[in-house]
Write a protein that binds this ligand. Structure first.
Ligand SMILES: [Zn+2]
Length: 379
């Protein structure tokens, strides 16, 4: 079973990246389920100079015409957008095609499907009504993605789906959740009721799909339930450097592979601190220009303009009283605070120690390198 997840208009890059990272860390190849995360604006730019793509990725929005009134878009226009994007951007339609959209719909649904339950939209905003932090909305959206995988296997038509969906709250994946707060209960349990399991059995849904969907939903439920607890406990958190798309990202596996949002230069500076656990005096950072110039392209920046790269490093490290470097380090530190609220962010942040050296105090065995980069730690 292959699923396309399309990044539609008004969907945060951060959310999309985190969903991708979450699925990448969880989905097993042997389940036979494949999730393709597609950012159409990226596909569209293929073939351009790579650096241009990098620049454009942040700027380009999808330009597909569709009707939208003050009350939101009709289901039809949202679902039509899937075929429109697939056609315009040359994307092959799969068993299930999911459009993530930040545009609300005129019936205020979290998600819904077309006649054949093959095309689905999921609304990506509004979860802050039930989850305190926007980062937590990654898990209920992930849950919606896998839930639609099961629904497309269970129901041949939207009518059949409508006939079996539970309008009265049952704590099942097929609860209608007219009240959004009910969604908390189903996504926190990952349960499927007996009636729905019977339908799944009658339709002879492959056991490996069913098992994988259940396992994924249980994992999302686990993250929803334990995230806050992990953060307020002393359970060990690790830091991973992992490949994602053509990029490399720092993630925290225990928190659902959450991606720490860092620009390539910031990542290189951060890596420098990881590789130098004894710390570096900020005014001496300029001695590491060569290392930074090596790391930046390895960490995902596709640039052919090495002079531009050098200039940006010089500009960061040579500023008066380390002003630019200090700013950059505080940006890195706030990126960690964004994903780990409270005191535990400090375990990952760059802090100035008593010996005046700046360092990241994470233990060596808590850092995992999942990339093919050879990393050499200074003793
Ligand atoms: Zn049910």
């Amino acid at each position: 079973m292959e699923v396309n997840i399309l990044k539609g208009p008004l969907v945060d890059n951060e959310l999309f990246l985190n969903l991708q990272s979450l699925f990448k860390g969880l989905v097993t190849v042997k389940s036979g389920m494949k999730f393709n995360f597609i950012d159409p604006s990226l596909e569209y730019e293929e073939g351009l100079d790579e650096e241009e793509v990098e620049e454009l990725t942040h700027k380009k929005t999808i330009e597909i015409e569709f009707e939208s009134t003050q009350d939101g878009s009709s289901f039809k226009s949202l679902l039509n957008m899937i075929n429109g994007i697939a056609k315009d951007y040359n994307i092959k339609i799969k068993d299930l095609n999911i459009l993530l959209t930040g545009y609300k719909n005129n019936r205020n649904f979290l998600s819904y499907c077309d006649e054949d339950v093959k095309n689905v939209f999921i609304y990506t905003r509004g979860w802050d009504r039930i989850y305190e932090r926007s980062i937590d909305s990654v898990f209920p959206i992930a849950y919606e993605i896998t839930s639609w995988c099961l629904r497309t296997l269970m129901f041949q038509s939207a009518d059949e789906l409508d006939g079996n969906v539970h309008f009265k709250f049952k704590g099942c994946l097929n609860d209608m959740c007219l009240n959004i707060t009910d969604h908390i209960f189903k996504s926190r349990t990952g349960d499927i009721c007996k009636d729905c399991l019977n339908i799944a059995r009658d339709k002879a849904i492959s056991n490996k799909y069913l098992k994988e969907i259940n396992r994924l939903n249980d994992s999302f439920a686990g993250f929803i339930k334990t995230r806050e607890k992990m953060i307020s406990s002393d359970e060990e958190l690790t830091l991973a450097l992992s490949p994602l798309n053509n990029n490399k990202v720092f993630t925290i596996p225990e928190l659902g592979n959450i991606v720490v949002q860092l620009e390539p230069l910031w990542k290189a500076v951060y890596l420098l601190f990881i590789l130098n656990p004894k710390g570096i005096v900020r005014s001496k950072m300029r001695h590491y220009k060569k290392e930074l110039a090596t790391y930046i392209p390895l960490l995902g920046l596709k640039t052919k303009d090495l002079d531009k790269l050098k200039l940006s490093i010089d500009n960061t490290l040579d500023s008066d009283k380390n002003k630019n470097l200090n700013t950059l380090i505080s940006k890195i530190n706030s990126a960690f605070s964004d994903v780990i609220p409270g005191d535990r962010a400090k375990e990952f942040q760059i802090i100035v120690d008593e010996d005046e050296k700046s360092k990241v105090k994470i233990r060596r065995d808590c850092f995992v390198n999942n990339t093919n980069m050879t990393l050499v730690f200074s003793e």
